[in-house]
Ligand binder design. Sequence first.
Ligand SMILES: Cc1cc2nc3c(=O)[nH]c(=O)nc-3n(C[C@H](O)[C@H](O)[C@H](O)COP(=O)(O)O)c2cc1C
Length: 427
Amino acid sequence: MWHDRAVTHTDVGRSVQSAVYRAGVYGRRPVVPVAPGALEAAARRRMTARGWGYIGGGAGAERTMAANVAAFARHPIMPRQMVDVAERSLATTLLGRELPAPLLLAPIGALELAVRGGPAHAEPPVARAARDLGVPVVISSQASTPMEATAAALGDSPRWFQLYWSKDDDVAASFVERAEAAGAEAIVVTLDTHVLGWRPRDLDLGYLPFVRGEGIAQYTSDPAFRRLVASRPAPAGGGERPTPSAVRALLTMRRHGATRADVETFLDVFSRSSLTWADLAWLRERTHLPILVKGVQHPDDARRALDAGADGVVVSNHGGRQVDNAVASLDTLPAVAAAVRAARPDAPVLFDSGVRTGADVFVALALGADAVLLGRPWVYGLALAGQDGVRAVVQHVLAELDLTMALAGVRSVGEIGPEQLAPAAAN
Ligand SMILES: Cc1cc2nc3c(=O)[nH]c(=O)nc-3n(C[C@H](O)[C@H](O)[C@H](O)COP(=O)(O)O)c2cc1C
């Protein structure tokens, strides 16, 4: 099941660990830093100020971004001894598909900001890394590469598609149709970003990728979107000489295969603030794929999502990028998981926002998640070492998860529950 030849899924922790230590004898260090803080710092040094602001930043005073990470410390693990854990497995089943580990790559838009050299160095190496490991990718609506190209790089490795629900029904329907054709096994509708949060780092730089044609490849490659662009009146103006900065902006757009009309049309149709639960029926009718809703924090929203036709939920606050001072995502997980279990025991609960280590994955599973979405850390790996960097980051997280399981006294991810946490923290 484990696709990477260097790692067997029965003992991923020790094999990654001993590969690192053995290479160290010959003076070789891990391809990307293992320590989460060092990984982030190294990626920050590699990225442009705009790239770092967009990827590393959050909403407002970034309290929620910090709280997401800090929350894990409030749920300590209670290790148990003298359990036979010689044979362990990270394998799990999600939506009927066997996976090597309870981990997927979170949808991350405008990924080209993390790399030098444009979109060819963004999604394709991520897809190849995911394929090496058999870990599913959630393809973003705001990707820098059309989903068909990412799908081709994924081969037969699993992929889901994340939908930002366009104001234009035809664009939304077309995205879903293309995702099905590209082999997506689920649609993840992101609910928490129908408008962008207030992001001071980006505001201070006057920078948003989409306005420059970055991260809108799903749109510019879409037939329904192209029809919309064609139906727009030509932009007014023309008589005046464009300023040098306007020319630079146009050249940036052109480099991304986008025109001013594409960007304006995108800004017009991106995401719908009028959506309500009743609208989910429209999507339910248009796809046979499982639908998960991402951005759930309140247990009532989880119940309503299931009532409205969703098949699962992703507990997430978008990595603290939307509502500052919102509750840490981990602190909402137990109540949401309980609500989902009570309503539909087989509906998957995924979790993201703040996962940085294998121990974090363990805690999220103990608090009721079936799997986690890893977010920023794999982007940092990409920034530092492309495909190898993404692969290394995921391996480090999974190696630590495996060793945490061994040392906590559990053999399989299915055994991880609240009883593995210190009693006061379990509820
Ligand atoms: C740079 C960046 C871009 C993102 N783009 C998307 C996106 O296109 N669609 C989406 O649903 N979530 C997006 N997210 C949110 C992630 O899917 C995920 O919820 C978040 O990264 C989790 O927080 P963490 O990275 O701090 O763990 C993005 C996050 C970041 C950091």
